[in-house]
Design a binder for this molecule. Sequence first.
Ligand code: NAD
Length: 567
Amino acid sequence: MSDNKSVVKPTYRYEVDNLNQSSWKINKRGGSLIHDPLLNKGTGFSEQEREELGLLGLVPPKVVSIDDQVKRIQENFNRLPGPFEKYIFLEALHDRNETLYFKVLIDNLEELTPIVYTPTVGKACEHYGHIYRRARGMYFSTRNRGHFREMMNNWAQDEIDIIVVTDGSRILGLGDLGCNGMGISIGKLALYVSCAGIYPSKTLPAVLDVGTNNEELLVDPLYLGVNHRRLTGDDYYEMVDEFVTAALDKWPDALIQFEDFTNDHAFPLLEKYRHKIVCFNDDIQGTGSVALAGVLSGLRITGEKLIDQRIVFLGAGSAAIGIANMIAAGMVEEGYTVEKARERFWFIDTKGLVTNNRGDKLADHKIPFARDEEYVKALVDVVKKVKPTILMGLSGQPGSFSKEVIEELNRHVDKPLIFALSNPTSKAECTAEQAYTWTDGNGIFSSGSPFDPVNYKGKLLSPGQGNNMYIFPGVGLGASVCKSTEVTDSMFYIAAKTLAEMVTDESLDCGNLYPKLSNIREISLKIAVAVCQVAYSEGLARLEKPENLEDFVENSMFSPYYIPYSK
Ligand code: NAD
C-alpha cells in the first residue's frame, strides 16, 4: 500500500498551476476542450484562446467574464421552483464547467450547501436513476470483480488526492440506496473542493455496487445498479479489499474516505485499514470531532473541564461511538486513562441502557462502553439516575428528548449541553425552541441540521449546527498536503480543538458553539495546518517540511478562476 519511507519534495502552487508562465499549455482543442468540464470556460474563453485552440464559431461572439457568467447562473437558479430542481441545475453546471460551478458554490456556500449536500442530496440519491444525466465518478460492481485495477486505467486523471467511496448501504438517514449512493460521494467531494480547495481534477467519487436489499430499487426499471441483493460475509470484504488495493496501486497518494456504510461494516473496515492506508470514516471520526468541538466550545460557557462531564448518549451507532471515542481522547489529554474516560459515558440503544447484565448479545462496538450497573430502560430514568451535564441525541428518533426528559436534565445542572444531532431537521430529538423553553433559557443547544434563531424572553439565541463539513475538508487537505501515511484520531482531536478556538465570544453569547460557515476556507486552512503539524510530530508526513507551513498549505488550495490557456 503506501510507501512510508519515500520523502516527497514540496511542490508550490505556482509550479502546480504553471502560474510562473503566462498561460497553461493544454493539448485539447475545439469540441473536445468545450466538452471537458475541468477545462471548459464556455463563453469565458478569450479571443486569443478562441483563435489558438480551434474555438472560433463554437461559442457565441461575446467574451464573458466569470462574474457575468455567475450572474447568468444566478438568474436561472432563482427562477427554479425548489431545491430538487436547483440540485439538478447545479449538477448540470458541474458537468459542463467545473471552474464556474465551484465559483458559484464557493461564493454562496451557506445558501448552496443544503442543495449540493444534505438535505437535498438525499432526495437526489433516492431518485438517482431517474435524474441521471451524465457520467461522473466510478462504479465498481459485483460484475467487474477481478478487474477493478484495469478499470481504474479508464479514469482520465493520473493524480488523485481524495477518493470518497460508499457502498450505498446507509445513505444519510435514508437507508440502503445501492448504487444511487454515488450522489453522496459526488456531494462530499464538492465540499472538499469548495471548503478546503482540493483540486477538482484530483477528486474521485466512487461507488462499490455490492447489490441492494432495497425492494423498490430492485424492481425499478430505471435503477442503474446491479440487480441482486447485497453481498455478505467474506465475499463483501474481499470486494472492498480488491477496490482498496487497486486504488492504492493506481493512485498511491490518495486518501480514501469511507462514507455512509452501515455500522456492521463501518467499524470493521475502519479497524482493518486505519493503520495500513491513508483513510478515515467521516460518519465515525468526523462526527466525533465536530461534536467534541461543540462540547469544548460549550465548556467555554460553563467554565467546566471535559473530565468532569457526565454524558448520556441516546443511540449507540457509528456517530455516537465516534463521538464518545473522540471525547475520551480529549479526556485523556486532560489526564484520564481511556478506561476512566469511558466511565463518564452512558449509552442507550433501542433496548435501553447498554449494560453488561442486560441479557442480549451486544454488538462489538458497544462492548467497551457497556456499564456494570442496574439496567434501566427509559431515557428519563437514566437522566434521573446519572444527572448528566451533556445529552447527545444520535438515535434518529424525533421527539425523544421530551419535555419530561429536558426538565429532568435541567433540574440537576446549571447549563446543560443538549445536542440533538439526528438529521434531517425533522429527525432531531428536540427543537431549539423546545430546548430553550423547557430549560428556561439555561440549555445550550446544538443540532445536526439547521434551526432558525429563537427569541427567548427578549434574547436572540442562535443555535449552532454541528456540521461535519467543519472538519473533514480540513483534515483531508492537511493529511493530503503533507502526504501523511495515516489519518489518526489525534488529527481529528486537534481539528476539534482548532475549530472550538475559532468560535468568537459573541457567538458563544448567542448560544452558538460553532464559527460562521462563511469562514469555512479559513477554518479548513487552520485545521489543515494543525493536522500537518500532528503528522510531522508523529513522524507520519512524507513531505519534507516546508519553511512556512501555513503559506504552503494555503498555496496548495484550489481557487476558482480561469487560467489563460495556450497550445
Ligand atoms: P446508526 O444507525 O449507526 O445508529 C443509530 C442508533 O440509534 C443505533 O444504536 C440504534 O440502536 C439507536 N436507536 C434507534 N432507535 C432508538 C430509540 N428509539 N431509542 C434509543 N436508541 C435508538 O446511525 P448513525 O450513523 O450513528 O447516525 C445516527 C444519527 O446521527 C442519524 O440521524 C444521523 O443523521 C445523525 N448524524 C449526525 C451527524 C452530525 O450532526 N454531524 C453526523 C453523523 C450522523
